[in-house]
Design a protein around this ligand. Structure first.
Ligand SMILES: C[S@@+](CC[C@H](N)C(=O)[O-])C[C@H]1O[C@@H](n2cnc3c(N)ncnc32)[C@H](O)[C@@H]1O
Length: 670
């Protein structure tokens, strides 16, 4: 972390209405510039949206960063009230007592108890303190705020003007602004040509349309059109222009979103479909701001209170991350690099996103258990599991990527996890290697659509192929997890599945697939006292009725990375899976569910069942063809010869890119 960097408080964002009001205040007066993606297109008003010319000149747009403005004001306010001394920490920093910060917490607070997840999260009221009524009013549109929102459109005041006519007006404005800029640009080019004697080239560029297509649109107008369209879509029956369909408004909006935020049309549509239009807007907005920096106390080495005191003495401004966690500290400001303090080097803490605590809390590891984390590198969750196990029992921390496994080894050592065995296998092979686990965490490789604020490249580099390939891998991994857990465990028999993605294909779709293939598992509650319920229905598909027990965490609701957490309980042996591994020295002498059935490709039982839909199934061969075709196209687009790049035969798709495991390794988190 950079010196002096100040972070906003972890917590929910203000409601959209308030944001909008705040935005109006700022929007007309200031705006930061930010880049859009290369494949962004020029603004195409509804009447002209077929333009479709590429806009290579579109590199900047205005950030009406009202979310930040308001959030940071509010949050910092809260921080200074709660941790007043810390915030004003100066030379006499030693005066500050960490206990003040923690509101006189119990000295045992940091001693992690068994089943922390359930216990710590049981207090719904406490959670609401930290997450407030997170986003509950996001969909509300208070009349006076709505009026204010449109106040700078054209000076008119009435809601009835907020119709398609309004949008068309905006489109015209955008177009005329572009045209005007185009004319100016042409003039400038001519002037340049006169000076440089290259008038011939100027003539080539004299097509105003072509120039227009290369210029940045007026982003304030674009943003206004986005908010206007959202408003109409949210109140469609009363506000829409009868001559315009809902889908034309939606495609206009998506087009604007792609330009404004820099998403590929494919991903913008996928993410948009998860929310109401106004919530989608809040989601896209939140991806433009970083999440708070959080550290997790390593209770194997210290207590949160001692750690907080030590860091305060070094000039760090911090406070507990929220009542839902007893180990998290949110960092607001630091005079020292947090990855190099003596406390860091001594393993007293790890930098870890708050949402990464959640799968481990849902797993609720117990002392003396035998636990597996299937995809564990770089070890943020494994080291938390080891801490909750108080270094008892056995933790298997596995990751197929040997390079990433090195970071895992480093963290396991630094944080002093002594009950941990590190391995590097393809997680899908586990049922054949070792079983009998009381609990398994599968924090699966994913597309990273929950962490776009951290990695904006996700906006453009995730393709349709990724959303076939990743769920395919995730489904296989989840079946392997189920087949490796011990249904007869006295204390457990649980599998937690998590991703840092928000797409349904990678989450509910994967869980649904596992439920349909393994009747010996059922969904149970995560024990996390907050989070949005998982989808029970999506785009015409109906999921298991308990899918609402899975939890979705969104940046715009909780100011954490986007995350998904599902908890499954195994109720009986997997079909055809009994195999006694007693005596092979790998477990506590339990019967392990080594999944012989999984030695055969899982695609077989799908074929038997004849099911294959967007979420419920996959077909290896079919997928492979699609993946290969897409890979060829991608290579061609890059100007590479697919034949030489794709070594080998039919399945020789590609060394790095086409191997889901290798490719997935690039998307990870702590
Ligand atoms: C989201 S990251 C895991 C982050 C980790 N749980 C943590 O908290 O630090 C996903 C991991 O899955 C690993 N991975 C990908 N495919 C795998 C496979 N087939 N078997 C095992 N691990 C795999 C990647 O190397 C990557 O480290």
């Amino acid at each position: 972390m950079g010196v002096g960097r100040r972070m906003q408080k972890q917590g929910p964002p203000p409601d959209l209405g308030k944001k909008r009001k705040s935005f109006e205040a700022e929007d007309g007066t200031r705006g930061k510039k930010r880049k859009t993606s290369e494949n962004s297109r020029p603004v195409a008003p509804s009447s002209q949206s077929s333009n479709g010319k590429s806009n290579s000149g579109l590199t900047q747009h205005t950030e009406g960063n009202f979310v930040n403005g308001e959030r940071s004001k509010r949050n910092h306010g809260k921080a200074s009230v709660k941790s007043g001394k810390a915030v004003t920490l100066g030379d006499d920093s030693s005066d500050v007592d960490a206990a003040d910060l923690f509101g006189g917490f119990d000295s045992d607070e940091d001693a992690i108890t068994n089943g922390l997840g359930d216990a710590a999260l049981g207090d719904g009221d406490a959670l609401r303190d930290d997450f407030l009524d997170s986003g509950s009013s996001i969909y509300d549109s208070e009349p006076e705020q709505e009026t204010a929102r449109f106040s700078d459109d054209d000076g008119s005041d009435a809601e009835e003007k907020l119709t398609a006519a309004n949008i068309e007006g905006l489109s015209r404005k955008l177009q005329s602004a572009q045209d005007e800029e185009a004319v100016q640009a042409a003039q400038e080019l001519q002037d340049d040509a006169l000076q440089t004697n290259i008038s011939a080239e100027v003539n080539d560029l004299s097509d105003t349309q072509a120039i227009s297509a290369q210029l940045a649109p007026d982003l304030q107008l674009l943003r206004t059109r986005i908010t206007d369209t959202i408003r109409i879509l949210d109140n469609f029956s009363t506000l829409h222009d009868p001559s315009c369909s809902r889908s034309s408004y939606t495609s206009q909006l998506l087009e604007d979103i792609c330009i404004y935020y820099g998403y590929s049309p494919y991903l913008a549509e996928k993410l948009f479909s998860l929310f109401t239009p106004s919530e989608a807007f809040a989601f896209f907005e939140s991806n433009e701001t970083p999440r708070p920096l959080v550290i997790r106390t390593n209770t194997l080495r210290t207590s949160r209170r001692s750690l907080a005191q030590a860091l305060i003495n070094r000039g760090v401004t911090l406070e507990p991350v929220g009542k839902w966690s007893k180990v998290g500290l949110q960092i607001f400001e630091s005079q020292v690099p947090l990855g190099a303090t003596p406390e860091y080097l001594a393993g007293h803490y790890i930098l870890q996103a708050a949402s990464s605590f959640l799968p481990v809390m849902a797993l609720a590891p117990q002392e003396d258990e035998r636990i597996l984390e299937m995809a564990a590198a770089p070890g943020g969750k494994s080291t938390y599991i080891a801490a909750l196990m108080k270094n008892t029992g056995i933790l298997f921390a596995n990751d197929s990527n040997k390079n990433r496994a090195k970071a895992l080894i480093g963290n396991i050592h630094r944080l002093g996890a002594k009950n941990t065995i590190i391995s590097s296998h393809d997680a899908r092979a586990f049922p054949k290697i070792i079983g009998g686990f009381d609990r398994i965490l599968l924090d699966a490789p994913c597309s990273g659509t929950g962490v776009i604020a951290k990695d904006p490249s996700v906006k453009t580099n995730k393709t349709e192929t990724d959303f076939l390939r990743l769920p395919h891998l995730q489904k296989q991994m989840l079946l392997a997890a189920i087949d490796s857990v011990d249904h007869a465990s006295k204390t457990g028999g649980y599998v937690v599945y998590s991703t840092c993605s928000v797409t349904v294909e990678e989450n509910e779709g994967v869980v649904q697939y596992a439920l349909s293939r393994r009747p010996n598992v059922k969904l149970v509650e995560t024990g996390l006292g907050f989070g949005v319920e998982g989808f029970k229905r999506y785009r015409g598909k109906t999921f298991d009725e308990k899918m609402g027990w899975t939890r979705r965490f969104y940046p715009h609701k909780y100011n954490v990375d986007g995350f998904f957490v599902a908890k499954l309980k195994k109720t009986g042996p997997s079909p055809q899976t009994k195999m006694d591994v007693k005596g092979n020295g790998t477990n506590k002498g339990k019967e392990a569910d080594v999944a012989m059935v999984d030695k055969t490709p899982m695609v077989d039982d799908e074929k038997e069942n004849g099911e294959d839909d967007d979420f419920g199934g996959f077909d290896d061969e079919e997928d492979e063809k699609i993946i290969e075709r897409a890979e060829r196209q991608r290579l061609k687009r890059k100007g590479l010869n697919p034949k030489s790049a794709l070594k080998g035969g039919k399945t020789g798709v590609a060394a790095n890119d086409a191997d889901p495991v290798r490719k997935a390794n690039t998307t990870g988190g702590q």
